[in-house]
Write a protein that binds this ligand. Structure first.
Ligand code: HEM
Length: 498
């Protein structure tokens, strides 16, 4: 059909101009842009749709790994984004160069949208101010002084698991451990646990909401208008990821309201909210909610996945469970003492330490690529010149499965963390990047390590574990945090007699 009126001509011209601009844009991105020399999927070079699709379906690390096998360690994964599948690049980006976080990516983690939290804050001074005020809460000393809180939740966990073991029922370790770590982090940050451990079958609202919410963050990175439109629609039109987001906002808001209603004096130990009050951080209520909701996810999900995937590998690796049990039994001959064990004593057990470090490696609890922006001039890396302003990232999967650093990387081998005398050796620790590295690495590392020691030790001292899931069932997917596809990692347990 040809245009016949002036109006038709105008519409035709508009369509032609938009198409020409789009075609020129694609040609530029594919053949003329300074990043056009780097290999990667063609769709990724012209649009962020490829990246968004892969992230949304949890496939990004798998696809990047495949691409790297075909074309080498640098992959163009967006029009202005290069991923470096290389351990030296990991160190350079996060530790040596200390490039800042990429704003668009991290602002998608604001809950509620538009309210910065500790994780999403990109601007240096604002971030440092916030971090300084919260550090006393997150330090190893502070966390060690609150061991009783962890042990209290551990007791509840064990009392939930025991009847299932006695009844020979299988337990979904992924869901069960996440309930434990979600209750711990909420107790720690709000002064009260969300009660995830009380939910039948461990299908806690807080965990499923967080899963749904995380999917939406992927869409939000490049298409933030989508959420703004959908939020104005009736609830029945809203997709699960948006409902997950709204539920996370509610969890944070309700906790803050309860804290404020109680005059902030519910607990005799400092929590996230009281720390803000004491240090007069001047944050708005929405910003407090944003920090609180972030803590629930950052603190609950990651430790939960490490415990469940770790327990899975310990159980299916010949000899590992028996060796761990023998070590724990020798240290805690009276089994009930494990429920009040001190972390500093547990840290002296070499095989337990080795199992925990190997779990952190193989589970890759955060398997997302962590985007940063090249600033302060072009970045020179191994003969490549990466232009100022380029988004660059690397990934823990690239480091943890590097055969030069971790031979037989796909095997669970706690022994790699032991020296010839069987003592724990930290020589590989520099390459364990589960908590990130550099100035924006994990603030909750001390807390996570305390959880891993207390909970892993108690679990294997009290129960004999037999995995039900197979290796192919626990294939991992990435929604920033890693999880087994289908969220199932099941085991049958038997209570130890002594
Ligand atoms: C096994 C458990 C954990 C793992 C593997 C883990 C991993 C990570 C990683 C890789 C980062 C850096 C992300 C990036 O650069 O984009 C990070 C940041 C962070 N994590 Fe964790 N984390 C864990 C537990 C925790 C816990 C228990 C908390 C406590 C609330 C926590 C709070 C945070 C915070 C606040 C940040 C942001 C730090 C910043 O932006 O400067 N994490 N975590």
């Amino acid at each position: 059909m040809f245009p016949t009126s002036m109006q038709d001509y105008a519409s035709f011209a508009a369509v032609a101009v938009v198409s020409a601009v789009a075609i020129i844009g694609c040609v530029y991105r594919l053949y003329l842009s300074p990043l056009s020399r780097y290999p990667g999927p063609k769709l990724a070079a012209v649009s962020y749709l490829w990246q968004t699709y892969m992230r949304y379906h949890g496939l990004l690390p798998t696809k990047l790994e495949q691409q790297v096998k075909e074309t080498g360690p640098i992959v163009r994964m967006g029009p202005n984004h290069l991923c470096f599948w290389d351990a030296d690049a990991y160190r350079d980006i996060y530790v040596t160069q200390k490039f800042p976080k990429q704003e668009g990516f991290y602002s998608s983690f604001q809950i509620p949208y538009g309210s910065d939290n500790l994780f999403s804050a990109v601007h240096h001074t604002a971030y440092l101010n916030r971090k300084r005020k919260l550090m006393p809460l997150m330090s190893r000393q502070a966390v060690l002084s609150l061991q009783g809180l962890f042990q209290q939740q551990l007791g509840i966990f064990v009392s939930r698991i025991r009847p299932l073991a006695d009844g020979h029922q299988s337990v979904n370790l992924f869901m069960a451990f996440r309930c434990l770590t979600m209750d711990v982090i909420t107790l720690f940050s709000f002064g009260e646990a969300v009660g995830a451990l009380q939910t039948p079958d461990f299908h806690a609202n807080v965990a499923t909401s967080y899963d749904d919410y995380l999917r939406g963050t992927h869409l939000n990175v490049h298409y933030p208008w989508l959420a703004s439109i959908l939020l104005r629609m009736p609830t029945w039109v809203q997709p699960n990821w948006l409902r997950g987001y709204l539920s996370m906002v509610n969890i944070g808001k309700e906790s803050l309201e309860r804290f404020q209603a109680g005059g902030g004096k519910q607990r005799d130990y400092p929590v996230l909210f009281s720390q803000h009050v004491e240090f007069r951080t001047g944050l708005t209520d929405d910003e407090l909610v944003s920090d609180a909701s972030l803590f629930v996810g950052a603190g609950g999900d990651t430790s939960g996945v490490t415990l469940s995937i770790g327990a899975f590998y310990i159980t299916r690796t010949p000899g590992a469970q028996e060796r761990l049990f023998a070590e724990l039994q020798a240290a805690y001959p009276d089994m009930k003492d494990i429920l009040t064990a001190n972390v500093q004593d547990l840290e002296k057990l070499p095989f337990l330490s080795a199992c925990i470090y190997e779990s952190l490696r193989i589970a890759v609890p955060v398997s997302a690529d962590l985007p940063r922006v090249v600033t302060g001039g072009d970045w020179h890396f191994k003969g490549y010149v990466i232009p100022n302003g380029t988004t660059v990232s690397s990934n823990a999967v690239a480091v943890h499965f590097n055969e030069q650093i971790f031979p037989e990387a796909h095997e669970f081998k706690p022994e790699r963390w032991l020296d010839a005398e069987g003592r724990f050796s930290n020589k590989l620790e520099q390459w364990l990047v589960s908590f990130g590295k550099g100035p924006r690495s994990c603030l909750g590392q001390s807390m996570a390590m305390v959880e891993l020691y207390l909970f892993m030790a108690a679990f294997f001292r009290l129960f004999k574990v037999d995995t039900v899931s197979r290796l192919e069932d626990i294939k991992l997917q990435e929604h920033f945090v890693t999880s087994p596809i289908g969220h199932d990692c099941s085991a049958r347990l038997e209570c130890r007699a002594e």
